[in-house]
Design a protein around this ligand. Structure first.
Ligand SMILES: C[S@@+](CC[C@H](N)C(=O)[O-])C[C@H]1O[C@@H](n2cnc3c(N)ncnc32)[C@H](O)[C@@H]1O
Length: 300
């Protein structure tokens, strides 16, 4: 592995190319050559790609899957490994139980979570369990792709919690993309042609083994009326959007009179209405009879 961009146009040998959502054995080879594990676990092994590569390279490996009776959400790992490879379901893009394997849906099948937030919460639990079974100094490798649906991006790699010290984020180019037909939404929407390989490490040295580094992104709904740092221009334009893109000066004043920036201006004795008037006159579009709309950009 000599760069952070991985590309395997020729899949290589191991596992099954027919298993929906299988990974390239070449990725496993590269990871093993780089991280040099003595013992590898793959708890969501699908067609068994990881195990086939490990065997060929003389590396001890335990692999299992819900289809073989191992449930990463509930069951204990059989020991501690140097490298644990998690190739997660892509939310519900491919449903595994009752579809790829088995005759009925399994309640703990991670590809059958009722919604995206539940999927992320359960994947966090799965990764946390995997982290428990890492030796100090061992690596957790998560192979994950994003999902695009009805124009909305579900950035799994960003929404996941990362356990341990970040070591590397690799981009793996996709070649035989099975899911593009379903994920691709309209001609102007770019096809997702890559996945991510997130590599973190359980530290060898620590002040307390109880402490674990967890990275997570936050999704917040921020009420900008409480943001004293919003610009006057931003305040006026947001008020206009709120008013359906047509408002008088008085309506704009009414909409923003409780805004944190207005309250601060009042406390300082600043004539905030004069500022708003200036922003409206300089940036907004007069649509007649004292009514204003959002700016229309005119190239000079
Ligand atoms: C993307 S596939 C892995 C494909 C594999 N890397 C390969 O090359 O064939 C994800 C796998 O996660 C398994 N899975 C889903 N929920 C699980 C759970 N709770 N515990 C263990 N495995 C689970 C599915 O059965 C599926 O085989």
């Amino acid at each position: 592995m000599d760069s952070t961009i991985l590309s395997y146009p020729d899949r290589g040998a191991g596992g099954s190319a027919k298993w929906r959502g299988n990974h390239s054995p070449r990725l496993s080879e590269d990871l093993f050559l780089w991280l040099k594990p003595s013992l590898v676990f793959d708890p969501m092994c699908g067609s068994g790609t990881t195990g086939d590569v490990a065997k060929r390279m003389g590396i001890a490996c335990w692999q299992s899957d819900l289809h073989s009776g191992f449930n990463i959400l509930k069951d204990d790992f059989p020991g501690m490994a140097d490298l644990i490879f998690c190739h997660d379901p892509y939310h519900d893009i491919i449903r595994y139980s009752g579809n790829v394997w088995g005759s009925a849906p399994h309640p703990d099948d991670l590809s059958r979570c009722p919604d995206y937030d539940t999927f992320i919460q359960r994947m966090d639990v799965a990764h946390y369990h995997a982290y428990q079974a890492l030796r100090p100094g061992g690596h957790l490798v998560v192979l994950v792709g994003d999902v695009k649906r009805k124009g909305a991006l579900y950035p799994l790699q960003r929404d996941y919690r990362w356990y341990g010290e970040p070591v590397q984020m690799l981009i793996k180019l996709q070649h035989n993309v099975w899911s593009n037909g379903r994920m691709y939404n309209g001609m102007s929407d770019p096809r997702i042609m890559h996945e991510y390989v997130i590599v973190t490490r359980k530290p060898r040295q620590f002040t307390s083994a109880w402490m674990v580094t967890v990275r997570r992104s936050e999704r917040l709904s921020v009420d900008q009326r409480e943001v004293a740092g919003q610009t006057w221009q931003g305040i006026v334009w947001t008020a206009l959007v709120e008013c359906g893109n047509r408002a008088s000066l008085q309506e704009i004043y009414d909409h923003i009179k409780d805004h944190a920036r207005v309250r601060r201006a009042q406390a300082n004795g600043t004539d905030w209405q004069a500022i708003v008037r200036r922003v409206v006159q300089e940036t907004c579009t007069n649509v007649g009879r004292g009514m204003w709309a959002l700016p229309t950009y005119q190239r000079a």
